[in-house]
Structures are given as structure tokens and as C-alpha cells.
Write a protein that binds this ligand. Structure first.
Ligand SMILES: C[S@@+](CC[C@H](N)C(=O)[O-])C[C@H]1O[C@@H](n2cnc3c(N)ncnc32)[C@H](O)[C@@H]1O
Length: 227
């Protein structure tokens, strides 16, 4: 249900911060997504969760300044997740799996079902993270660590990593996260869904497989160690 009071407050804020042109563009994209998105998909029917409905960040209350750099919430399709994971080595299930911008938690559930032992979700929005908690409860999936905050401030855990991103933000933020990951002293595999800003990965990540829908990369350092 649309909350018109909330919508008009957000619209005024957007006009103030981004100008009328960008505010109108944002409204257009939200309306387009609302028309195109199906309210519930097969994943949610099977798991008893609510992950399908898309949300724009301006519909949420996010006090963190990095909200300006972030994209909207939209869930990864299970088929795409499985396809991307098929390009990882089998041993990667023993690496820490980290979803940067975990949204409502769909990928965390898929990662656990896939067999990843250590699964972590980072999310900027407290409201989305609450939805993730409910979804994990409903699906009976446990043992997932959740971090509330910006991925730009996140300190990656020690040991080898599989980092998952569904286009959470654009180049300024992505470049910073890529720099942090490139400094990671252990193996890093990166799954990037809808890789609109893959140029930001530059020479620090080498493509194992790339399509228009996703890319699977490994850090150059990892590749050198394996050679
Ligand atoms: C396209 S959704 C992907 C959701 C989930 N990973 C999936 O694939 O189903 C991108 C998510 O990134 C989050 N996000 C945006 N900027 C962020 C930041 N700086 N730190 C953490 N999360 C962020 C958004 O709130 C949103 O939930």
C-alpha cells in the first residue's frame, strides 16, 4: 500500500537534495518497478518468506550518509545465484560468504542451502535487516551473522572469502570496497550480479566468467598465488 504522506515527505527531501529533475526520475523508476514487479515469487512461496517486493532506499529511513550512494532493494533470482556459484571451486563452501547489501536476506538463505558454512549479511537499512531476521526465522535457516551498517565501513573477516554483490552501489562506493578487498591477505572470489560498474574492479579482479547478468571474479593476488 502506498503511504502518500511518506511519499510526499520523501519527494520534498529529494527535490531539496537532488533537484526536481532527479526526484522525478526516481519517482518514474519506482512506478516502473511497481508495475513490473510481481508481488510474490516461487522462492517466497517455498520458504514462507517475503523477499520479492522491491523497495527504493528513499522509502526507508536510513540516517547513514552512504544511503545517497546506494541502489534500491531487489532480490537475486535463485537461478542466477546457482549459475554464478557454479563458477566457484567446490572448496569455496568452506570460505566465509558475505552478501554486501543483503536486503531482505534471500541470498543468505540461498547461500546456506548451497552449503556455505559461514554466512554473513551486511545491510545499511535497519528496516530491511529486520525483514531479513523475520525471513531467516520463517525459513528455519540459522547460523547467519548480520551486520547493520555501511559496507564501506566494514572490516572483512580473516581467511578466504566469497563476496556477493547485487549492484548495491555505484563507482565511488564500489571503488572503496574493491580497494579494501584487494588488500585482503587471503583468497577472494567476487560474485557481482548486474555488474553495471564492473570497470571499478579494474586490474585488481580478474574475470573467471562474465555475462550481462553477472560476473565471477577472483582477486589478482589470489590468481598469482594459484599460478
Ligand atoms: C539490489 S539489493 C540486493 C539484495 C540482496 N543482496 C539480493 O541479492 O537479493 C542491494 C542492497 O544493497 C543495500 N545497500 C546499499 N548501499 C549499501 C551500503 N553502503 N552498505 C550496505 N548495504 C547497502 C541496499 O539497501 C539493498 O538492500
Amino acid at each position: 500500500m502506498l503511504d502518500f504522506a511518506q511519499l510526499s515527505t520523501r519527494f520534498r527531501e529529494m527535490v531539496r537534495d537532488d533537484g526536481l529533475n532527479n526526484a522525478l526520475k526516481n519517482i518514474y523508476w519506482v512506478a516502473r518497478r511497481k508495475v513490473r514487479s510481481r508481488p510474490i515469487d516461487q522462492f517466497d512461496v517455498l520458504h514462507g518468506t517475503e523477499t520479492s517486493r522491491e523497495v527504493s532506499l528513499w522509502q526507508l529511513t536510513i540516517p547513514h550518509p552512504d544511503a545517497k550512494l546506494g541502489s534500491h532493494y531487489e532480490a537475486t533470482s535463485p537461478e542466477l545465484f546457482l549459475k554464478a556459484c557454479s563458477f566457484l571451486p567446490p572448496a569455496a563452501v568452506d570460505f566465509s560468504f558475505i552478501d554486501i547489501g543483503c536486503g531482505k536476506g534471500r541470498v543468505l538463505i540461498l547461500a546456506k542451502e548451497y552449503g556455505f558454512k559461514k554466512v554473513i549479511g551486511i545491510e545499511l537499512s535497519g528496516e530491511l535487516l529486520e525483514v531479513t531476521r523475520r525471513n531467516l526465522d520463517k525459513s528455519g535457516v540459522g547460523g547467519v551473522d548480520l551486520e547493520h551498517g555501511s559496507a564501506l565501513d566494514y572490516r572483512f573477516p580473516e581467511g578466504p572469502l566469497v563476496v556477493f554483490m547485487f549492484n548495491p552501489f555505484g563507482p565511488p562506493a564500489l571503488t572503496q570496497v574493491v580497494e579494501n578487498l584487494a588488500r585482503h591477505p587471503d583468497f577472494v572470489y567476487l560474485i557481482y550480479i548486474n555488474p553495471q560498474h564492473k570497470a571499478s574492479l579494474d586490474v585488481r579482479f580478474l574475470a573467471l566468467h562474465e555475462t550481462v547478468d553477472f560476473g565471477v571474479y577472483q582477486s589478482s593476488q589470489t590468481a598469482m598465488e594459484m599460478a
